[in-house]
Design a protein around this ligand. Sequence first.
Ligand code: G3I
Length: 361
Amino acid sequence: MSLTRRALLGAAPAAAALVACGRHDDAANAAPAVAPVRPLKDTAPFRIGTCLMTAELDDPQFTGLVQRNFSQVTPEWEMKMERILAADGSLALDAADRIAGFCRDSRLAMHGTTLVWYAQDPPTFEALKHDRAGFEDHLRDYIRQVVGRYRGLARGWDVVNEAVAEDGNGYRGGVWAEGLGDDFARVPFEMAREADPDAVLFLNDYNLESMPAKLDAFQRLAERLLKAGAPLTGLGTQSHLGFDTPPGQAGAAVKALARFGLPIHVSELDITTHKPGLSLGSPSDPARLQAQARVAAEIAAAFADLPAAQRYAFTIWGVRDKDSWLRGSAQGAPDDAPLLFDAAGAPKPALAAVEAAFARR
Ligand code: G3I
């Protein structure tokens, strides 16, 4: 199961519509109830993360589930340039600050995403892409202001996101490659290190489980950065998987990336139960939820088997099924059930499977 770039990015507007009018609620399709389980964060000696946005902080069930089950938060989109960097170059950090405040008040760690991402090309950088010095100054100033602001709360940052081409042939830099040339991946790491001497600095990507050529290219980029002396100190595999992800694939990237000896972040785990064109059953069919649980158990076990120093965090990309970006994605479905809690906030078989995988270690 590989998520296409269209699906990954197609989510934004549609997901926005869902957020704007209240995400699709399908309590009627709620997963079969499973026995109440322990708070997820109490089942592992490492950070268990989820993502959120400020719109969800006004929902007491949502915040209660986050505070009970998670020990780290990744702002889903409000710490990205699309929300922070205005066309006039000013920074809007109100939403990011609110999330940071929630993390501090709830004693949650925070992980920042993302600094440089081909999918985001703000006008102020577009305007500077033929002026290397000006481009670098603008990026250094942005990173200094944003990363510096959350120093001490943000354990780590996705410094460069999704830099590898889908087929593994080359890299995707967007305006960042235009402005920084071949250094587009290295320079942001140096700037982030200047802004925060302690944060873990990640290279992050997706489909590393399902596309061997992409995984190879990702590893080659990591090697190249390390050889160039870039302060790359963490590797993130987003792990957007499917209920039909073949056995052995879910843990593949985690196991492969472990050879670098760096902290690993399963950074955006979700396991879609929707399959385009498969009309049999619904995304909440018990059989699909059991298959989802198997995939969840496999990646949880692979992560838990890492040496303790390499277990940065295990992050699920959302809390309840109705909170998932996938419900608005071009490849998902309005009743997709990709997360560990169903639309009503009840535990699903995948939650129990993850807890069991952690408990066995
Ligand atoms: O909430 C606002 C709404 O008030 C406004 O009317 C609307 C139109 O501007 O935008 C809404 O915000 C949207 C937000 O999702 C909430 O739905 C943003 O436009 C939209 O860009 C944002 O999309 C996010 C996307 O990254 C782009 O940042 C998704 O939530 C988020 O799940 C997705 O996450 C990415 C990872 O960063 C990288 N890996 C893939 C993953 C999924 O695409």
